[in-house]
Design a protein around this ligand. Structure first.
Ligand code: XIL
Length: 470
């Protein structure tokens, strides 16, 4: 198979901390090129072809197979995104409480980075593949352990992850449209939003996704998730994307695209995250349908297949992947490539990326009476708390003159500790803590506001903080 030289088939290269801007810029550049050269430059690999359409095409890989040369040859040639198949799950990354192990995940990240591929992080919290110690925890101990896990792992990979599956498979199958019972769910319904806030605080540059299966059409489960995403968006819980695993049987639901579209219309990206489709007479066609559905939606940023060769699949004898057991391209492969090449590029605008908010919006409605103004500014706090921890969002409002800097003083109850701060610099972690503006949010126009936040363990702060202009 001939290979398009690099300069004609640019592949997204995402390195370092600022993942989102290079993504947008690269995709815009790629798309602009495509707009002029169009079909003449049809890609000859999945990754190159998807990149020409402003998307990625990826695969789930286990670290140990990267040393299998047949496997690595296909991966390096075809894909521009990798997902660790198991290496970033809770049992792998925190086998003992507080002792983290990143070797497998690091290996996949290094491989991806050295081949110009982006990484989807999978997954921070899930009811399955939990280490034994977490399985035996409950209540506050589990909630705090879970949030700590999110914080530690997302911090370790900060700047290296395009999108995190922050929470995986939290909704029940069947008609209820509600949450699945699990030890995590039993810590309180707000465990998902607490996880998203902790992930945002730890890695503000990563897109934060909710990921699930049996969500491939408009059904009770996908509608339950849809309602959660809508609620999160309305309350400012930081969510950027929804992953549709798409472990499919022999056909694709007729409302597959419509379902993706309704999520995109909520203002989140959508991604096909674990695609595999049972082998049969419709396999190639079904793969093309999924590809076309993604390409038809500007906020569908990419597709990931869950494995490379049929022998790599977690689905036993379903032979649901794009390469056969000998590493040959299947009809399904050609079908995907053709669909990618004939799909609509995103020619003029890159897929709208949600810029990582520098500060999460308030979680509770602003107070109806204006907070007292002190020395030229005032501060009000909104809290998202659970038994044993909290996330505080603080709104800083300038008085009648513009601010050049500000300091907000918060008094914490004894036993409370700040574990994370964003968009401010904290003077300490307990007792009376001063939060000073950072470089980019010190200047606030007269009457205007900015926000910062912090996360803590223990009882949440009460009382109105003081604000001092500087
Ligand atoms: C699977 C892996 O492919 C297997 O190797 C592992 O034994 C079990 O998990 N949904 C998910 C993935 O989100 O993490 C699962 O991966 C497949 C189903």
């Amino acid at each position: 198979m001939d290979k398009i030289p690099d300069e004609r088939a640019p592949r997204p290269r995402f390195r370092g901390r600022r993942v989102l801007m290079p993504l947008a810029a690269t995709l815009a550049a790629v798309a602009a090129t495509v707009a002029v050269t169009s079909a003449a430059n049809a890609g000859t690999t999945l990754g190159a072809s998807a990149a020409e359409k402003g998307r990625y095409y990826g695969a789930a890989v286990p670290a140990f197979k990267l040393s299998d040369s047949q496997f690595a040859t296909i991966v390096n040639r075809e894909f521009n995104q990798l997902t660790p198949e198991n290496e970033m799950k809770w049992d792998a990354t925190e086998p003992q409480q507080g002792r983290f192990s990143y070797s497998g995940g690091d290996q996949i990240v290094a491989h991806a980075q050295s081949h110009g591929m982006i990484v989807r992080g999978h997954t921070l919290l899930w009811y399955q593949q939990q280490p034994g110690w977490a399985q035996s925890l409950s209540g506050t101990a589990l909630r705090n352990a879970a949030i700590n896990h999110v914080t530690q792992v997302a911090t370790h990979y900060r700047g290296k992850i395009y999108a995190w599956d922050v929470v995986n498979e939290a909704f029940a199958d069947g008609g209820s449209g509600g949450r699945r019972d699990s030890n995590l769910q039993r810590t309180g319904n707000d465990w998902i939003e607490a996880a998203f806030r902790a992930a945002r605080a730890a890695d503000p540059g990563a897109k934060l996704c909710y990921n699930d299966y049996n969500t491939d059409g408009i059904n009770a489960k996908s509608t339950g998730i849809y309602n959660m995403v809508r609620d999160f968006k309305s309350r400012g819980v930081p969510i950027d994307c929804v992953g549709f695993q798409s472990h499919l049987g022999t056909s694709v639901p007729s409302d597959y695209q419509a379902n993706l579209q309704r999520f995109a219309d909520l203002g989140v990206d959508v991604q096909i995250t674990e695609l595999d489709i049972t082998q049969g007479s419709n396999q190639a066609n079904a793969y093309a349908q999924v590809t076309r559905a993604c390409l038809a939606i500007s906020r569908c940023t990419g597709i990931t297949v869950w494995g490379v060769r049929d022998s790599d699949s977690w689905r036993g004898n379903d032979n649901p992947l794009l390469f056969d057991r000998s590493g040959n391209k299947k009809a399904a492969y050609t079908s995907v490539l053709n669909a990618l090449n004939s799909g609509t590029p995103i020619p003029t605008t890159p897929p709208p990326t949600t810029p990582p908010p520098t500060t999460p919006p308030p979680t509770t409605p602003p107070p109806t009476t204006p907070p007292p103004t002190g020395d030229g500014c005032s501060a009000s706090v909104s809290l998202n708390s659970w038994n044993g921890g909290f996330v505080a969002t603080v709104k800083v409002t300038a008085g009648s003159s513009a601010l050049r800097g500000w300091t907000v003083r918060v008094t914490l109850p004894s036993g409370t500790a700040v574990t994370n701060t964003w968009s401010a610099q904290a003077s300490g972690s307990s007792g009376t803590v001063d939060f000073r503006n950072v470089d980019y949010n010190g200047q606030v126009g007269a009457g205007a506001s900015t926000e910062f936040g912090f996360q803590g363990t223990g009882a949440s702060p009460s009382g109105t903080p003081t604000c001092t202009a500087s």
